[in-house]
Design a protein around this ligand. Sequence first.
Ligand SMILES: C[S@@+](CC[C@H](N)C(=O)[O-])C[C@H]1O[C@@H](n2cnc3c(N)ncnc32)[C@H](O)[C@@H]1O
Length: 251
Amino acid sequence: MKSDKLYHDPELAQFYDLENEWSPACAFLLKLAADARSVLDIGCGTGLLAATIAADGTKRVTGADPAQPMLDIARQRQGGDQVTWVQSDAASLNLNEKFDLILLSGHAFQVFLTAQDQLALLKTIERHLAEGGKFIFDSRNPKIKEWQEWNPQESGRTIEHPDFGAVNAWNDYSFYPQQMIVEYGTYYEVIADGRICSSKSRIAFPTQEQIAALVAQAKLHVNHWFGDWQGNPYHGDAVEIIPLGSWKAGL
Ligand SMILES: C[S@@+](CC[C@H](N)C(=O)[O-])C[C@H]1O[C@@H](n2cnc3c(N)ncnc32)[C@H](O)[C@@H]1O
């Protein structure tokens, strides 16, 4: 898989936490993690969720991500020393450990662009899941076409950066319907000097049916399909596709 500058460039990684705060998804996942003795966060990014899950000191928590700058932030955050951070992409992750809960948050599932990449991730989940363990991830429902809002007009925002001061931010996108891939640009313009940091990222928008087929192929089982982080069931017009599953039937 091609590495994404948005996560691999130290300057761009500095913007991640400014743009992504604690969310209803984090609250849902923190609650789900309450019963787990061990948690694996794949594509953990800057580690806010993993460090919060680990904060009570009762769980073994591992966060895995291929992007060094994201993990550097994760290590330095409050509670970061309670988590084992592993620099690895999902496909080649082999920890020789099993986990009660394996999660991907913040739509990390969508960075896996092809069915082959998605299947490799799901097989990694299957390899690391303890008997009776659970897995969960989220993917934006392609039917909602959320990317249409990622245009410069609607996405324009101002961010206060601790070192650069005020920064104008915006996105743009191209949609490739045949592959159901969206390429989106992220732009940060430092107002003080006009300097622009930018990246082009690609994410996939598989359907619920496609995800279900791959989950089954990886010998995993979905027990609940949620359609949002309030815990409502998935339906065709739901904003999110969120499978909560296990190694075998029954949670
Ligand atoms: C949208 S961010 C989500 C970060 C974090 N989970 C959150 O909720 O804030 C996607 C993350 O997936 C990571 N990633 C990209 N390719 C990956 C891969 N092949 N395996 C595992 N993680 C990957 C990126 O480095 C990035 O940190």
